[in-house]
Design a protein around this ligand. Structure first.
Ligand code: ADP
Length: 507
């Protein structure tokens, strides 16, 4: 990788200008301060993708100033909200020597709309912060959350992150954005494009083409606020489980789940796991030879509705041979149960925690790292089984334990698997990253693409999206060149490079 930006005069000049604009405290350059922005899930102590500095703006005007300065000096920026994107690079930039724009100090919950059920948040707002604010304002609304509460609502949603409630498709929950463009200009999307519009965060569209999508997994802007949809706290919540042994039962279970999700009997986003990722009843299953699978889902609503839905679930899933079913009932108005309960009960009730981090430390102790392999497939039982066998076969070939954590949507599934390693072991860690490449090639050859990738793998994954000689990439590059001609924002993100670096970056 080109490291021309490390220690360059342009970076030094830009940092000087940023200090003047934001104050000395807002610009971090001491090595000890910057170490925390390294990817904790790569070779421990590796300086390979270090940032030159980190700037910590506290408001939109400061973000605009940073962008304008970077543009004037032609230096690359890399933006994170809270930088907890572990498994995909953490806060580390694609281009070494980039200046990190860390938005964790922009952490205000700007609004909770109690009538319409949405919140408006800045990028530094963590799941913990949002949920605390919702509780403090009366607890009428639940947020969806991902597995770990320390990340940001904005960062996770922009990466197509997922949660486990009824509104767990986080990118779809974003309702109206504010964005700093690469020229430093401020833009609002949807109805927000009209000054003073009253339905900015209530109506999903605008007047003309919808541009919100351009800012997901993107390097076209820095998002400084979003509207975020909430769900009403249900009267009753059932945390439900399906257990079965052996891969073959995946087929009827997935097909039944699809029917139950499409007719909205089950309307959360269920999770299917095995190995350390299947935290059944709070106990990780660490036996690499284990055949145990666990599927988790939830039912929400008035008492009568949850009871009626459970009867249907029992009829449909309970009739599959080899399957056992279970549920725990919680009163939606009394959060004490799930709060003290296990991770699986909490995440489906939108209660943020950190339990999964502890679970993921089991394989190699506190430093355990993981690299996630995340292909998307259609929600058809036979297809899911095929993907599981393909991926599992590769883990066996590489001599790695297979831990799967799959996320179901009504028509598709993320067949996420997790490669654990000890980042203190440089050789093994590098081997894990090498194993990823043949996995990617084989899964792409079968017609499956990845939904997300580590910074080191972004080019390789982008190359698999190859229809009509990479027409998609060429289109996005055209947009990139038009809106960011100096190529300052998030160079190389998702394999999208500015003109100045295109074809020059070595992986
Ligand atoms: P989290 O801490 O919630 O896991 P991060 O802050 O690490 O999320 O962000 C994940 C990725 O999303 C970043 O690497 C970056 O590419 C993108 N991103 C995060 N915040 C923004 C933002 N405010 N504007 C544009 N892109 C962002």
């Amino acid at each position: 990788m080109d490291t021309q930006f490390v220690g360059s005069d342009a970076v030094a000049d830009a940092l000087e200008a940023m200090r003047k604009a934001l104050g000395d405290d807002a610009v971090l350059t001491a090595r000890a301060d910057l170490d925390e922005f390294r990817d904790p899930f790569y070779v421990l102590g590796s300086a390979e993708n270090d940032v030159s500095a980190a700037v910590m703006p506290t408001c939109v005007e400061e973000v605009q100033a940073v962008v304008r300065i970077a543009s004037a000096h032609g230096v690359p920026l890399w933006t994170v909200s809270t930088g907890r994107n572990y498994g995909y690079g953490g806060a580390a930039p694609r281009v070494p020597g980039s200046i990190l724009v860390n938005l964790s100090k922009m952490n205000r919950v700007l609004e909770i709309n109690e009538e319409l059920g949405y919140a408006v948040v800045e990028p530094g707002v963590r799941w913990f912060d949002l949920c605390e604010a919702l509780e403090a304002s009366g607890g009428k609304w639940w947020s969806s959350i991902p597995d770990l509460g320390w990340g940001s609502v904005v960062g996770n949603s922009l990466e197509y992150g997922r949660g486990h409630t009824r509104i767990g498709s986080h990118a779809e929950n974003v309702a109206g954005m504010e964005v700093v463009l690469p020229n430093g200009e401020l833009m609002r999307t949807g109805m927000g494009a009209m000054t003073g519009n009253k339905a900015w965060h209530a109506y999903p569209f605008g007047f003309g083409p919808m541009v919100d999508g351009l800012f997901f997994q993107s390097n076209l802007g820095i998002v400084t606020r979003i509207g975020w949809r909430l769900m009403p706290r249900p009267e009753k919540y059932a945390s439900c489980w399906v257990h079965f042994d052996g891969d073959d039962i995946i087929v009827p279970v997935i097909d039944a789940m699809r029917d139950l999700m499409l007719d909205e009997t089950i309307n959360n986003y269920p999770f299917l796991g095995r190995g350390v990722a299947a935290n059944t009843e709070g106990q990780p299953d660490l036996d690499p030879k284990s055949e145990k699978w666990a599927l988790r889902f939830a039912l929400y609503g008035y008492d009568e509705i949850v009871e009626a839905k459970w009867k249907i679930v029992e009829r449909v899933l309970g009739s599959i041979p080899g399957v056992t079913l279970g549920r725990k009932m919680f009163d939606g108005t009394d959060r004490v149960g799930p709060q003290e309960g296990i991770h699986d009960d909490k995440v489906q009730a939108g209660i943020p925690g950190m339990e999964l981090l502890d679970l993921y430390k089991v394989p190699f102790g506190p430093d355990t790292g993981h690299l996630d392999f995340s292909p998307v497939g259609p929600l058809i039982g036979s297809e899911v089984l095929k993907m599981v066998r393909l991926v599992r076969g590769m883990y066996e070939e590489f001599g790695e334990p297979y831990a799967a954590g799959m996320m179901l949507l009504p028509r598709s599934i993320l067949v996420v698997s997790v490669m654990f390693f000890d980042p203190k072991d440089a050789e093994k860690t590098k081997k894990i990253y090498e194993n990823y490449d043949p996995m990617l090639q084989r899964i792409a050859a079968e017609g499956y693409g990845l939904y997300r990738a580590h910074i080191f793998k972004m080019d390789a994954v982008a190359a698999t999206f190859d229809f009509n000689d990479h027409a998609y990439l060429r289109f996005v590059e055209t947009v990139k060149d038009a809106v960011d001609p100096n190529g300052i924002l998030q160079a190389g993100k998702q394999g999208i490079w500015p003109k100045s670096l295109r074809g020059k970056a070595k992986s």
